[in-house]
Design a protein around this ligand. Structure first.
Ligand code: TYM
Length: 331
């Protein structure tokens, strides 16, 4: 079976961007691939969460994964920090990662702008830690959203560099993956950019949002008085609403609003009502499952223990071999 790895940072509950960019693929791939899915708690330390926030968010993300349909019997579901071998591989990769390439990375530049008083070394080496996560299991496919594309490019670079340096054919080249072929970028509700936690209040819809909250967020999305000519090009904020409609609504619903738009007969109020109703129908069962999983500590513990054991077996094998290749040998 082909090996798959992907992770999500524990920043709180998952939003529709996480789901349609990544998680939806996780759920499909666990049926056919050898999957390792994890909670990237080391990565989240770059933003200095408080210890209680960190622990609470790891628990929440774990419950979100399970509620969305990850089956811990099929996929290996684990915490990044439960596999300290990752930290060792990260150290090795850092010896071959250069300041130039790391500081040119788009996500680094963005973060450095967002947190100018905390441009720490972990932020700079974020891509080498991510590469370690992926190649520690020798993954071939990495289901992620469009925003992770550059990180995957860097992962390939680091993996190939290691192979060349030691003249081995050890790490495979991992590829960013999405079943719909193109990587996905789910837009936010504020009319610009992507859906994300740090993108501002009201921009993201979380699995745990109450129906009223979802309605409010959707109804507040920017629209205008509508097209004035048939088949007019859509402004970005309208295109974004259609993108959201396409991922949560039935195709005949999308077709109807597309036709209305092209005939200048669209009523954005109706479209947003439909969008909100479909998002609510999609998230409602998830919300109930998250609640019940969060109240079951024994189950959470069982899942975490099971994942740790399976992930550690694969990771320690790789790191042992890497040590050997590098020349760190047992006496
Ligand atoms: P993170 O936690 O920001 O996001 C988790 C996953 O959700 C996807 N995603 C989106 N996809 C489409 N549209 C959006 N608006 C959207 N927002 C988020 C992300 O692309 C991602 O797939 N660096 C990673 C975590 C990570 C990782 C890894 C991923 C650490 N190590 C190894 C894969 C493999 C991150 O911060 O994702």
């Amino acid at each position: 079976k082909e090996i798959v790895v992907s992770g999500i940072r524990p920043t709180g509950d998952l939003h529709l961007g996480n789901y349609f960019g990544a998680m939806k693929n996780f759920i499909a791939m666990q049926e056919t691939h050898e999957c390792y899915f994890f909670i990237a708690d080391y990565h989240s330390l770059t933003t200095h969460p408080t210890p209680s926030d960190l622990h609470g968010n790891v628990r929440r993300v774990l419950a979100n994964y399970l509620a969305a349909g990850i089956d811990p019997e099929k996929a290996t579901l684990y915490l990044q920090s439960d596999i300290p071998q990752t930290a060792e591989l990260y150290l090795f990769l850092n010896m071959n990662a250069y300041l130039g390439e790391l500081s040119r990375c788009t996500s680094f530049k963005e973060k450095a702008r967002q947190q100018p008083n905390n441009v720490n070394a972990g932020l700079l080496t974020y891509p080498t830690l991510m590469a370690a996560d992926i190649i520690i299991h020798k993954a071939k496919k990495v289901p992620v959203g469009k925003d992770q594309e550059q990180h995957l490019e860097m992962t390939r670079q680091f993996a190939n560099r290691f192979n060349r340096m030691y003249n081995v054919d050890f790490f495979p080249e991992p590829q960013a993956f999405n079943f719909g072929e193109q990587l996905v970028k789910i837009p936010g509700l504020d009319g610009s950019g992507k859906m994300g936690k740090s993108e501002g209040e009201g921009n993201a819809i979380f699995f745990t949002d109450e129906p009223k909250e979802i309605q409010k967020k959707v109804m507040r999305a920017l629209t205008d008085s509508g097209p004035t000519e048939p088949n007019q090009l859509k402004p970005v904020y309208i295109e974004n609403l259609f993108t959201l409609l396409k991922v949560v609504s039935a195709s005949d619903v999308v077709t109807k609003f597309e036709e209305d738009y092209n005939n200048c007969a669209i009523r954005y109020g109706d479209m947003k009502k439909q969008l909100a109703a479909d998002i609510i129908a999609f998230t409602e069962p998830m919300r109930d499952r998250i609640k019940s999983i969060l109240s079951d500590d024994a189950y959470i513990r069982k899942v975490v223990n099971m994942g740790r054991e399976k992930a550690a077996a694969s990771a320690s094998q790789t790191v042992q071999e890497v040590r050997d290749i590098i020349g760190i040998k047992k006496f």
